[in-house]
Design a protein around this ligand. Structure first.
Ligand code: T4K
Length: 369
């Protein structure tokens, strides 16, 4: 008899609220007979998120997903007639697609070699090189890390350009600021609703503009007064989001526990750079470390052979994906470094300490070669 193959440890295994936790919200939908188009659960969700984040009243607007939420925020906040929207090349494909949907050409900028986040000096240099040509900029939170809110606000002020934060994975690290922030509620994110997103806008007027954009550009009279899409989040997705918020403290605790278990085994390893604050100051649904002097590709392949699914979540960067081959760019050495050395390890809420230990042992073996 052949022994059963050991089960592969998956890179992600989302765990969203169970049916009994969602049921009370579904009953509200049955009662209201309101299923989409800014129904009562969406309105309550927006208000709840405003309170949760301490955002101004009316400043949170929901969207079908973060890709469309980003497109909406970029489209309504862009300033002037310039064709470009700055974005770090070190990001997920969604950022570039959203810029295009909003009607702009992504202008790819490098990231800081320390943080992996938009290099604001390089972004300022691009602004100077293309006066009047840049309508907006996107800053990206890598895998849920906090973004430098004060530096971003200073950049907006100095450059006279709006910044939209792609905070898709940063539910636990984002806060209201002069820059609109877009958070994903995708199943793979820290707080999951299946699909969905919300934008924390600087004020209610900006959120209203986003609400119009995600609803065909309609004004109060149902006249398409400006550009728009159907990018609304449904009442059903809102039901899951409410149930997820009810359980947020426990969910956050799970994410912190998994990260801390990893941290205890990996943070001291000399060839692994641990994201500052992960598992202590902020929680994330992904566990991405940087291999200091080892390429991640062969490690991912070796882990696969050992029954561990690891990932290069953002591939080789936006600039190396065929869809963005024609996007203008500056020099991108730090992006290339992050792309080559970032290793996404398995991470899910109910991951056992034994599974983490096994992944770490295999990863350290693979890194040593
Ligand atoms: N900006 C950034 C920086 C982002 O990272 C993202 C999304 C966005 C913007 C856009 O946000 P959304 O428009 O999605 O709201 C996943 C997610 O779909 C995507 O949300 C996420 N980032 C991206 C980094 O990862 P895939 O194509 O890699 O997912 P997939 O299907 O390979 O699933 C990942 C793993 O999870 C697999 O092992 C399968 C497992 N899985 C997945 C789902 C959805 C499950 O076991 N159950 C599930 O329900 O994109």
């Amino acid at each position: 008899m052949i022994a059963a193959a050991t089960e592969t440890i998956p890179v992600a295994r989302p765990l969203l609220p169970k049916a009994d936790r969602i049921a009370p919200y579904l009953a509200k939908i049955d009662h209201a007979r309101w299923y989409s188009n800014r129904g009562p659960l969406i309105q309550a969700l927006e208000t709840r998120l405003e309170t949760f984040f301490g955002a101004p009243r009316g400043a949170v607007a929901t969207a079908a997903n973060a890709t469309l939420g980003l497109a909406a925020a970029i489209a309504v906040m862009a300033r002037g007639d310039g064709p470009f929207c700055l974005t770090p090349a070190w990001t997920f494909a969604a950022t570039g697609h959203a810029i295009r949907v909003a009607g702009f050409t992504p202008l790819l900028v490098d990231v800081s070699p320390e943080t992996g986040q938009l290099d604001l000096d390089a972004a300022a240099a691009e602004m100077r090189a293309r006066p009047g040509q840049v309508a907006a900029a996107v800053a990206v939170s890598p895998f849920g890390a906090p973004v430098p809110h004060d530096a971003i606000a200073a950049f907006m002020e100095a450059q006279g350009v709006p910044v939209i934060i792609d905070a898709a994975a940063a539910f636990d690290a984002i806060r209201p600021s002069p820059a609109a922030a877009v958070v994903s509620l995708h199943a793979t994110k820290t707080l999951g609703a299946g699909e969905g997103a919300f934008v924390i806008s600087p004020d209610a007027a900006a959120a209203d503009a986003i609400r119009r954009y995600v609803n065909f550009g309609f004004d109060r009279d149902r006249v398409a007064a400006g550009p728009g899409l159907n990018a609304k989040m449904s009442e059903y997705a809102a039901a899951v989001a409410h149930a997820a918020l009810d359980d947020w403290a426990a969910t956050r605790g799970d994410w912190l526990r998994v990260a801390q278990t990893y941290r205890a085994r990996l943070a001291g390893a000399p060839r692994i750079a641990w994201p500052a604050g992960l598992g202590a100051a902020w929680a994330s649904a992904s566990l991405v470390v940087r291999l200091v002097d080892t390429a991640a590709g062969p490690v991912i392949a070796a882990l696969r052979d050992r029954g561990v699914e690891a990932r290069a979540w953002w591939g080789a960067g936006l600039h190396r994906q065929p869809a963005f081959a024609d996007a203008p760019r500056g020099r991108l050495p730090a992006t290339d470094r992050f792309a080559a050395h970032s290793l996404g390890l398995p991470c899910f809420r109910d991951m056992t300490d034994e599974q983490v230990a096994s992944v770490c042992a295999q990863a350290l073996n693979s890194i040593r070669g």
